[in-house]
Design a protein around this ligand. Structure first.
Ligand code: HEC
Length: 124
């Protein structure tokens, strides 16, 4: 008897897992989808935190430095992340940043806008 309960439980768990997996595959342009915050994108899917910390230069310039320059120049981070605008912060290191366009170009405009807003919020 115990065995059957166990099998039933496993089956339920497996089918639940499948459901979440298919949900993740749904198109991200779905109007009804919940908007992800820029912060989540930055540290999650974007993996931007690997090279950009709030106040300290690591591999890339700090978020504060980028935000300051983009605000001063009234430039668009969204355009930069779509590879439609030239680098203005540290062009000598542009090649390192370029690899990330593979990720950012997969993002919707809404997600890129959220990333931009998150980064600009660091300008003092
Ligand atoms: C492998 C390390 C690395 C990762 C990961 C990374 N960056 Fe960068 N990023 C850099 C470097 C190096 C620069 C400096 C070169 C430059 O200015 O283009 C830079 C510059 C930038 C700039 C300034 C561009 C300019 O005008 O000069 C922005 C905006 C930016 N990154 C956003 C992001 C976002 C958003 C993510 C996540 C999707 C990200 N970065 C992930 C390394 C990285």
């Amino acid at each position: 008897m115990k065995k059957y309960i166990l099998i039933a439980l496993i089956t339920t768990l497996v089918s639940c897992k499948k459901e979440t997996e298919t949900n993740l595959d749904q198109p991200k342009h779905d109007e009804t989808s919940v908007t992800v915050s820029g912060e989540e994108l930055f540290s999650g899917k974007g993996t931007c935190t690997a090279c950009h910390l709030p106040d300290q230069k690591v591999i890339g310039p700090s978020i504060t430095e980028i935000a300051k320059i983009y605000k001063e120049k009234n430039a668009s981070i969204v355009s930069f992340l779509k590879e439609e605008a030239e680098p203005i912060v540290d062009p000598s290191q542009y090649e390192v940043m370029k690899a990330n366009f593979a990720i950012t170009k997969q993002m919707s405009d809404e997600e890129l806008k959220a990333l931009e807003e998150y980064m600009l919020s660091f300008a003092k």
